[in-house]
Design a protein around this ligand. Structure first.
Ligand SMILES: NC(=O)C1=CN([C@@H]2O[C@H](COP(=O)(O)OP(=O)(O)OC[C@H]3O[C@@H](n4cnc5c(N)ncnc54)[C@H](O)[C@@H]3O)[C@@H](O)[C@H]2O)C=CC1
Ligand SMILES: O=C(O)[C@H]1O[C@H](OP(=O)(O)OP(=O)(O)OC[C@H]2O[C@@H](n3ccc(=O)[nH]c3=O)[C@H](O)[C@@H]2O)[C@H](O)[C@@H](O)[C@@H]1O
Length: 531
C-alpha cells in the first residue's frame, strides 16, 4: 500500500476510497478514476480484490473491464482488502457501496453498511494523535499548528491540493494544504431514516459528515448511466458536505437536488417503488387485455404517448426482478409496517409481480395438462439482458416449479449460466446456447429478452423442436405472426387479441388465422424469425 499518499500532482483532484466493489462500487471507483481522482477500491472478499488487482472485473457489466483497465494503467485506480488499509489512506471522501439485501421479513439488512461505517470510524480514530479533538468534516486545518496540531487526522491525511485546478467539479480551496476528515458518502440504498441514525452512532462522535447519495444506475448500462445521470441527489445534515459531494459530479451536467439525509433516501425508494408500480400496472392491464381481447403492446404505446405517463417502463411480461426493485419495494413495505402505515398500493405491486412470473407455468399446464416428462426450454436466466446477475430472476422461481411438476428442463443464458447453476436444481441442463437447449424441446419459455434470443434463428429452432412447439414469450419480444408462420404455437403476455380471434377458450393463439397487420403488435425492433 506504499505510495498511496504520494499523489501530489496537477491532474489529481481528490482521493477517494470506495468500500464495496459490486456493481455500484466497481463502477463508482472506475468512473471516479476516469474523472481524474485517485481512487482506492476496497472490499472484504479476497478473491474479488485479487481479480481487480489484475484489472479484471469479477462480473459481467458492459464497458466496465475497459474502464478498470484504464484506471489501473493510469495509476489512479488501486485496490485493497479492507484489512490492509491503514488510517490515513482513506482520502477526502469514502464512498460506501456495500450490499443491502433483504432479510426474511422484507426489512433491509444493514449489517454491511454498519460494518463499513464502523470500519471508517475505526480508521479515523486510529489515525488521530492521542488527545485529538473533533475535526468537523471537510474542514481544512493547518498541519503545522493551530487547529491542525490538536484536531489533526494524521499527517498521512494531508491533502496536497496546492495548484490543483478546479475542474471536474472539485470545490476544494486551491491552496488548502491542510488536514481533512473524510466525508462519508453512502451510495448503498438504505431505508429512509437510516442515515441520520447511523451518522449519530458512528460518525458524529468523530465529527465526520454523512452524505446520502443514492445511485440510480441500471445494470447492463451502468457505465453509461454513471456518466449520464438524470439527476444527482445528495442529502445531509451538513449542507456544505453535501455540496462538496455534488461538486464531484458537476461535470456530468445533471440537475442536482441538495436536501436532507432522509429525504434523499426517500427519493431512492420512491423512484424504485414508482418504477415497480408502473411495471405491475402494465402487467395488470396486460392480464385484462388477455381477457377482453386487446393488445397490451399497443395499449402501452397509446398511453405512453401522453407525456404525463411516459413511454418507458411499460413493458408487460414476467414482471420485475433483479437485486433492487424486489428488495427495495419489500423494504419500503416493511418500513410502512414499522410505522403502522398500510401502504396498500405497494402491497398490490408486490402481489402482482409474484403472480406474473408464474404465468408460463399456468400456460404450460393448459397446453400439456401434466408436465411430467415434457421437455421445456427456458431462455434467459439473468433477471434482464446484458447482465449475469440472477438475483430475483423470474426464471429462477419458475424453473424449480417446472422441475417439481416433472418437466425435463433445459435452460440457456449467454452470461448467467454459472451464477444460475449455483441455485438451480442439479437436474436442469444449462448451456449458453439457445439452440442446444431447444433440441427436442416441446415448449420454450422466453424469460429474458437477450438480443441473441430475440434474433435467434427461429427457423432452425422450429426444426430442432418437437410438436407442439409451444412458445411462451414472457417479454413480448418476438413477432407473433412470424412465430406462427414458422409453426410455433405462440403465447405472449397481454396479446389477447389473438386469443379472442380464436375464441375465448383457445389455449394458444394461432396468429396464422388472422389477417396480417392485425396481429403485428410487436415493439419496434422486435424480430421473430431467423435472420
Ligand atoms: N446493482 C445495482 O444496479 C444498483 C444497486 N444499488 C444499491 O447499491 C448497493 C450495492 O449494490 P451492488 O453493487 O449490487 O451490491 P453487490 O452485492 O454486488 O456488492 C456489494 C459488495 O460489497 C462488499 N462488501 C460487503 N461488506 C463490505 C465491507 N464491510 N467493506 C467492504 N466491502 C464490503 C461485498 O463483498 C460485495 O463485493 C445496494 O445497496 C444496492 O441496493 C443502487 C443502484 C443500482
Ligand atoms: O436501484 C437499483 O438497483 C436500480 O434498479 C433498476 O435498475 P435494474 O434493476 O438494473 O434494471 P431495470 O432495467 O430497471 O429492470 C428491472 C426489472 O424490471 C423489468 N422491467 C423493466 C421495465 C419494464 O418496462 N418492464 C419490466 O418488466 C426488467 O425486466 C427487470 O427485471 C432501476 O432502473 C435503476 O434506476 C436503479 O438504480
Amino acid at each position: 500500500m506504499d505510495g498511496l499518499n504520494d499523489f501530489a500532482g496537477g491532474e489529481i483532484f481528490v482521493r477517494i476510497t470506495v468500500l464495496g466493489l459490486g456493481y455500484v462500487g466497481a463502477v463508482a471507483a472506475a468512473a471516479l478514476a476516469r474523472d481524474g481522482h485517485q481512487v482506492l477500491g476496497v472490499d472484504v472478499d479476497p478473491a474479488k480484490v485479487e481479480r481487480y488487482r489484475r484489472a479484471e472485473v469479477p462480473f459481467y457489466e458492459p464497458g466496465l473491464d475497459e474502464l478498470v483497465r484504464e484506471g489501473v494503467a493510469a495509476g489512479r485506480l488501486r485496490f485493497a482488502l479492507a484489512g490492509e488499509v491503514e488510517p490515513g489512506q482513506l482520502g477526502d471522501f469514502v464512498f460506501v457501496a456495500v450490499g443491502t439485501p433483504s432479510r426474511a421479513t422484507g426489512a433491509a439488512d444493514l449489517s454491511q453498511v454498519e460494518a463499513a461505517l464502523a470500519w471508517v470510524a475505526e480508521r479515523v480514530r486510529r489515525g488521530r494523535p492521542a488527545g485529538a479533538g473533533v475535526l468537523r468534516a471537510g474542514e481544512a486545518v493547518d498541519p503545522q499548528g493551530g487547529a491542525g496540531s490538536s484536531d489533526g487526522v494524521g499527517a498521512a491525511d494531508r491533502v496536497a491540493m496546492a495548484g490543483t485546478e478546479a475542474t471536474a467539479g472539485t470545490v476544494w480551496p486551491a491552496a488548502a494544504g491542510g488536514l481533512r476528515a473524510p466525508i462519508v458518502v453512502v451510495k448503498s440504498t438504505v431505508p429512509p431514516g437510516t442515515g441520520r441514525r447511523l451518522a449519530r452512532r458512528y460518525l458524529a462522535p468523530l465529527g465526520l459528515a454523512y452524505v446520502a447519495n443514492p445511485e440510480f444506475l441500471r445494470e447492463g448500462s451502468a457505465v453509461h448511466d454513471w456518466f449520464h445521470p438524470d439527476r444527482v441527489v445528495v442529502g445531509s445534515e451538513e449542507r456544505a458536505a453535501a455540496e462538496r459531494v455534488a461538486a464531484l459530479f458537476a461535470g456530468y451536467g445533471a440537475p442536482v437536488l441538495v436536501t436532507d439525509t432522509t429525504t434523499a433516501e426517500m427519493v431512492k425508494y420512491g423512484a424504485n417503488a414508482f418504477l415497480a408500480t408502473k411495471i405491475s400496472f402494465i402487467n395488470e392491464l396486460a392480464n385484462m387485455c388477455d381477457r377482453v381481447g386487446a393488445d397490451v403492446e399497443e395499449v402501452a404505446r397509446g398511453i405512453g404517448l401522453d407525456p404525463r405517463i411516459g413511454s418507458q417502463f411499460l413493458r408487460a411480461g414476467l414482471g420485475y426482478g433483479g437485486s433492487c426493485f424486489p428488495k427495495d419495494v419489500a423494504a419500503l413495505d416493511h418500513l410502512a409496517r414499522v410505522y403502522d402505515y398500510p401502504f396498500e398500493l405497494l402491497r398490490a405491486v408486490i402481489a402482482v409481480n409474484a403472480r406474473q412470473r408464474l404465468l408460463p407455468l399456468y400456460a404450460l399446464r393448459e397446453v400439456f395438462g401434466s408436465l411430467a416428462g415434457v421437455p421445456v426450454a427456458v431462455l434467459g436466466l439473468a433477471f434482464k439482458p446484458n447482465t449475469d446477475d440472477v438475483r430475483e430472476a423470474p426464471a429462477l422461481d419458475l424453473i424449480p416449479l417446472l422441475v417439481e411438476e416433472g418437466a425435463e428442463v433445459r435452460a440457456a443464458d449467454p452470461q448467467a449460466v454459472e451464477r444460475a447453476r449455483a441455485v438451480l436444481p442439479g437436474e436442469v441442463r444449462l448451456t449458453p446456447s439457445a439452440l442446444e437447449a431447444l433440441d427436442g424441446a416441446r415448449a420454450v419459455v422466453l424469460a429474458t429478452e437477450w438480443d441473441a434470443f430475440v434474433r435467434l434463428d427461429w427457423e432452425e429452432a422450429a426444426r430442432r423442436m418437437d410438436e407442439p412447439r409451444f412458445v411462451f414469450d414472457g417479454r413480448n419480444a418476438l413477432d407473433p405472426a412470424r412465430m406462427a408462420a414458422l409453426g410455433f404455437r405462440y403465447r405472449g403476455v397481454g396479446r389477447g387479441r389473438q386469443r379472442l380471434a380464436e375464441g375465448r377458450d383457445a389455449v394458444v393463439s394461432s396468429a396464422l388465422d388472422l389477417p396480417r397487420g392485425e396481429v403485428v403488435g410487436a415493439r419496434s425492433g422486435a424480430v421473430g424469425g431467423g435472420a
